[in-house]
Design a protein around this ligand. Sequence first.
Ligand code: SF4
Length: 450
Amino acid sequence: MALTGIQILKMLPKTNCGECSIPTCLAFAMKVATGQVEIDACPYVSDEAKATIGEASAPPIRTIKLGGADGFTAGGETCMYRHEKRFENQTGIAVLVTTEMSEDDIDGRIERFNKLEYERVGVIMRADLIAVKDAKNDEASFTALVQKVLDGSARASLILMSDSAANLAAANKVCGDRTPLLYGATLDNADEMAKLGQEAKAPIGVKGSNLDNCVEVSEKLLAAGLKDVVIDTGARTVRAAFEDNVVARRAAVTAKFKPLGFPTITFPCEITDDPMMEAMVASVLIAKYSGIIVLSDLQGDLLFPLFLERLNLFTDPQRPMVVAEDIYPLTGPGEDSPVVITCNFSLTYFIVSGEIEGSKVPTWLLIKDTEGLSVLTAWAAGKFGADLIAQFVKKSGIEDKVKHRDLIIPGYLASLKGELEEELPDWTIIIGPREAGHLPVFLKEWKPSN
Ligand code: SF4
């Protein structure tokens, strides 16, 4: 049962020292209760209180971590809908390789796993895991394939899939400290798998035949003392997988039903043979609660939209994406290059910088901290006014970088021109275009006015 802010306050020192960056213990307790800050942020809480609060405030979907150069985290979710709070850990995208595939097929998948990555608003988007399947129930070929994947990608987190606990144990040894997910536990082998999970300190994947069976297996693993579980409800149609994921999330989040309080793994690769349909299924299951999806292959044209969907869903709706306030030199500007200023909403930054880079006109781009608000919203909120822009221009150091004194402001801020000229008497304020798409022509035609 979650603790209230007042219950948490009783376990705090109540000195209001502010070292947690929050002015009072009461405000801190309220934020811990709503999951906005971790109890560890207060250095004065006893270990006993930390354990009590930590257990009570643990997310209803358990957080599961796997090894790999970047590591991979699934679960930790606390709500049904993103607008209620936020989604915590983005759906992991995995590609499947099996011991029945040819060397070329396996090499191609590993190569695409390593190569296919894209940058969007400063975020690198790429696949996270490789699922290695013991399709022949043969320890030697399985461990050899696991070793090949480990050697082929230092970054990949691994899912080891076998019906044999012994084969999984052997393959897990090869993984060293790159803790894999060991899949799949059934009613028949649950005790053996629970023991393996505890010895290997690795999460175990439940391989259910349906939702009820999945609950039974999960209960058996929990009763054996296992804590880290990932669940496959056995659904192999998009409708069943969608429904099971929703039921599991609701049972965990609203009814605190422990056997389903784990991230789910789903297999679009086993739902259809059509790559386009597989991407569509994956898109549904990313939106509806899969902790991990396993794809049959990775193709850029199908993967990129999935990455974008995932990025959009797993950004925090309460926190605008921002870039740091700074001077950004684009395409090697010099002392005669134009100076453009805009806000630090990351979408604005990437659109404006993209247009400038596309124009190939070397430019100094000044990014003013507007707390992630876009140009007009920031202006309306008093965060992008003439006085603040002038202060930033003076302290930014741009005056040492250029000989001229032309400052190009967004077209939407044309009404600030007079005020800005008063605040920055040495500068000529140039009204730029309203739309970033018109910047290339504008910059190519710009000449210093002084
Ligand atoms: S650091 Fe701890 S004691 Fe200090 S204000 Fe924050 S919660 Fe209170």
